[in-house]
Design a protein around this ligand. Structure first.
Ligand code: NDP
Length: 512
């Protein structure tokens, strides 16, 4: 039997109300978009960096000024409230673009190469950042605006042109962003293509670098496809974040914080808390308070619905598996009956054998496992295929810092979780199956720029190691090696040998 949710991107997940379909791009439109972006790139890169910075700021301002419009589009596509979309994807945009500019300046500054004037006389060298060309950005549906602008700003700021590929589940938010870009940037600096995975694959075939955010299986395919073409790819993949709650935590703040980062966006957050390891002495009180918090949360006012039926199915399967294996249901545990809504859920007495403790759920479920001590919590937290975020909750922040540094993650927090996702000067990154991509900060720029070394030689003499390989060559090499080992006595000898070698080289080059 068909349901309103059968075709991706054609429904409001909160209500089931239909949304008009968005047509996928034809193959000819995909190659045209890439070609036009490529043709526009040299002029865009030739502009003064300050112009690009100003235009990116203008785009951010334009999005802010039209925030009501985009938040309503996001609300319709995701079922979240417009307020929630505003809070998590728009409100910090102006500060985000300023941070992105600072990160770009740090990442793309030209670096001089120090050179010894004895062995390398008359030379100057530097390493510069050169834009890759056309950057493709493939984004998932969970944050349909911010998943784009996090890579969009660095790509544009550093002189690339960009082709966007939204998820087929949320095509309209990407389309809206594209239209704002058209109003701000020169023609063809930003392009868009629409459609499913096959469209993403075609994009990778034509661009010079790819930024992908999404699931592990797709990320593997993307990384392989990019590797075959020898283009850089940044793949930012799934997570199964753990929070370690120590007995000395501030209980009220910890319940509020773990609850927020577990249920925010209905748990459809790559760095949402999915597993909680709580020390036994505080476990009863923690679970009871967390259960009360979950029971009081409303869908969609506090957390939206799941975005698509497949996501709802995964959540239901994981909860059923946990309950069948002995977990205790503390709150929620069922769909709301309205759209794809699912109640905020707390499961207690979870164990490592349960799917809910191992596989990405991407839903509003906090699975709690009670542990005797912090070491046990750490071992269980690290026994995981993913490595995105992790947190430790304690009043002893020095101990928290020590412990969190032993978590196998890319984003480590004490008494908070995932909050650095809105700080563009911090690296958003992971390890293990989360992938090696870096989504923000100056450290993300390997995807956006290649490095070029430029050396200019004004030395009138030839270099001392050029032909011929006469008897002085070995002595010269030995003297240079001794100098590198710290011998200053060897300096006059080295200078003399260089002079002799230069004469011999000139003689060879000027012989009749
Ligand atoms: P998917 O991997 O299914 O899709 C991500 C994007 O890739 C979509 O635009 C999708 O198109 C496209 N795509 C699908 N197949 C291919 C292909 N073969 N080649 C190129 N592109 C393709 O992920 P979801 O959309 O389901 O997103 C949820 C996942 O994203 C979760 O695992 C979540 O943890 C992760 N994520 C990670 C983040 C991080 O920073 N680490 C941040 C946000 C999400 P379409 O949707 O149209 O099929």
């Amino acid at each position: 039997m068909s349901t309103p949710y059968d075709r991706p991107g054609t429904y409001n997940p909160g209500t089931g109300e239909p949304l008009p379909p968005v047509a996928p791009s034809e193959p000819s439109e995909i190659s045209a978009a890439i070609g036009q972006a490529r043709a526009a790139q040299p002029a865009w890169a030739a502009r003064p960096a300050g112009d690009r910075y100003d235009l990116c700021r203008k785009l951010a301002r334009r999005i802010m000024e039209n925030r009501k419009q985009v938040c309503e589009i996001m609300a319709a596509e995701t079922g979240r409230t417009a307020t929630e979309a505003f809070m998590s994807e728009v409100v910090y945009l102006m500060t985000a673009v300023d941070s992105a500019v600072r990160a770009c300046e740090a990442a793309t500054a030209t670096v001089p190469v120090p050179l010894s004037f004895i062995e390398y006389p008359g030379k100057k060298a530097c390493v510069e950042a050169v834009p890759r060309g056309v950057v493709g950005i493939i984004a998932p549906w969970n944050y349909p605006l911010s998943n784009f602008y996090k890579p969009l700003f660095p790509a544009l700021l550093s002189g690339n042109t960009v082709v966007l590929k939204p998820s087929e589940f949320t095509p309209r938010t990407g389309q809206w962003l594209y239209e704002q870009c058209v109003a701000v940037f020169p023609t063809n600096v930003v392009k868009i293509i629409q459609g499913a995975g096959d469209v993403g694959q075609k994009l990778i075939q034509g661009v010079d670098a790819i930024v992908f955010t999404g699931s592990v299986p797709t990320g593997r395919k993307v990384a392989l496809q990019a590797a075959e073409r020898l283009i850089p790819s940044s793949v930012e993949l799934g997570g199964k974040d753990a929070a370690i709650v120590l007995a000395d935590c501030d209980l009220t703040r910890t319940v509020a914080g773990v609850g927020y980062w577990g249920f925010h966006n209905a748990g459809q957050n790559c760095a949402g808390i999915e597993r909680v390891y709580v020390e036994a002495p505080i476990a009863d009180a923690f679970v009871a308070q967390l259960g009360k918090l979950a029971a009081a949360l409303r869908v969609p006012e506090d957390l939206g619905p799941l975005q698509n039926p497949r996501q709802l199915q995964i959540v239901e399967e994981h909860v059923a598996d946990a309950l069948a294996k002995g977990a205790r249901l503390v709150a929620g545990g069922k769909p709301t009956g309205q759209g794809l809504g699912y109640a905020a859920t707390v499961l207690d007495q979870c164990t490592a054998e349960m799917r809910i403790m191992r596989e990405e759920t991407f839903g509003p479920v906090l699975a709690v496992q009670r542990v005797p001590d912090a070491e046990q919590a750490l071992a269980l937290a690290n026994d995981c295929a993913y490595g995105l975020g992790g947190s430790v909750w304690t009043k002893n922040t020095a101990r928290g810092e020590q412990l969190v540094r032993r978590m196998e993650v890319g984003v480590a927090m004490v008494n908070n979780h995932a909050v650095s996702g809105t700080l563009p000067e911090s690296a958003w990154t992971g390890m293990k199956d989360t992938g090696t991509g870096i989504a923000q900060s100056q450290f993300a720029y390997a995807t956006f720029v290649r490095r070029r070394t430029v050396l200019v030689d004004t030395n009138k003499d030839p270099d001392a190691w050029w032909f011929p390989a006469n008897a002085d060559l070995a002595a010269f090499a030995e003297a240079a090696a001794q100098k590198s080992l710290g011998s200053f006595i060897v300096l006059p000898k080295l200078v003399g040998l260089i002079s002799k070698r230069v004469k011999a080289i000139k003689a060879l080059a000027t012989q009749k």
